[in-house]
Design a binder for this molecule. Structure first.
Ligand code: C5P
Length: 230
C-alpha cells in the first residue's frame, strides 16, 4: 500500500525569534510547510500526510489535500516525541502495525527526491528501517562547565541525524512510549528506537537537507530554491 508521512509541525519555533512559528514563515510566497509538504507528497510512493499542529494553531491554512494527496491534521504535544506519537495514533486504521511510516520535520523544506528514493529503497529492505544522515565535517568538542575543552569526539564515525526517518508504525509507537515512560525526550525517532535495541540503517543524504532554526537557515533555503528554479 501507500506510505504515510507524519510531519511534526507543533513546535513554537522559540529559537528563531519573532511571532510566527518558523514553519509558517513565507518563502517564495508560500509558508515553509508548503515547501516541505510538496517535497514529500510529490514522491509517487507517498499516499498522504498527517500534519501535527500545536493546539490553537492560528496559522494553519486549512489544507485538506496537497499535490492531489490527502492531508490530515491532529494536535501535538509539549515535546517533539509527543507530537510524533499523536501523529502515529491519528493515522487511519488502514495503516497497519507493521507498515512503514515516514517521519519528517515540518522545518526541513529542502528534501531531495534522490535522498527520499535512497531512504525508501534501503529502509524498506531493512527489518527496522532507516534514517537520512550526513557525515559530521567539523571536529567536535565536549565542553566542561567552565567552558574549557574536556574531550574531542573523533568525527570519523559521527553522523548528523536528519529526517525523514522510516520506521514501522507499531514499533516506533512502542519505542516513543517507552522513552516517554522513562522520562526521556528523544530529539529524533531513531534515538527512541536505539534505546529499545532496534538498530536502523544510516543512509547518507545531502548536506543541504537543512532544518530551519535561525534566520540564516531561512536565507540558505531561499538561495537553494532560487538556484533550483533558475
Ligand atoms: O525544535 P526542532 O527544530 O527540533 O523541531 C523539529 C520539528 O518538530 C519541527 O518541525 C517542529 O515544529 C516539530 N515539533 C513538534 N512538537 C513539539 C516540538 C517540535 O511537532 N513539541
Amino acid at each position: 500500500g501507500g506510505l504515510w508521512a507524519v510531519v511534526p509541525a507543533a513546535g513554537r519555533g522559540m529559537r528563531f525569534g519573532g511571532d510566527t512559528p518558523k514553519q509558517y514563515l513565507e518563502v517564495a510566497g508560500e509558508p515553509l510547510l508548503a515547501h516541505t509538504l510538496r517535497a514529500l507528497l510529490a514522491h509517487p510512493a507517498l499516499e498522504a500526510a498527517m500534519v501535527v499542529l500545536a493546539d490553537g494553531d492560528a496559522h494553519w491554512p486549512d489544507w485538506h489535500d496537497f499535490h492531489g494527496k490527502p492531508v490530515l491534521t491532529c494536535i501535538g504535544g509539549a515535546q517533539r516525541a509527543d507530537s510524533v506519537l499523536a501523529g502515529l495514533a491519528a493515522l487511519p486504521d488502514g495503516v497497519r502495525a507493521d507498515d512503514f511510516v515516514l517521519v519528517h520535520d515540518a522545518a526541513r523544506p529542502n528534501l531531495r527526491k534522490q535522498d527520499l528514493d535512497a531512504l525508501l529503497e534501503r529502509g524498506r529492505a531493512d527489518p527496522v528501517g532507516a534514517i537520512l544522515a550526513a557525515p559530521v565535517r567539523d571536529t567536535l568538542k565536549r565542553a566542561g562547565d567552565d567552558g574549557g575543552i574536556d574531550a574531542t569526539a573523533p568525527r570519523e564515525r559521527l553522523w548528523r541525524a536528519l529526517t525523514p526517518q522510516l520506521f514501522r508504525r507499531l514499533q516506533l509507537t512502542r519505542a516513543l512510549e517507552a522513552a516517554r515512560d522513562a522520562g526521556i525526550a528523544p530529539t529524533d525517532e531513531s534515538m527512541a528506537m536505539e534505546r529499545q535495541g532496534h538498530r536502523a540503517l544510516l543512509v547518507e543524504g545531502a548536506d543541504d537537507n537543512l532544518k530551519v532554526t535561525t534566520p540564516a537557515d531561512l536565507a540558505w533555503f531561499e538561495y537553494l530554491l532560487a538556484q533550483r528554479r533558475e
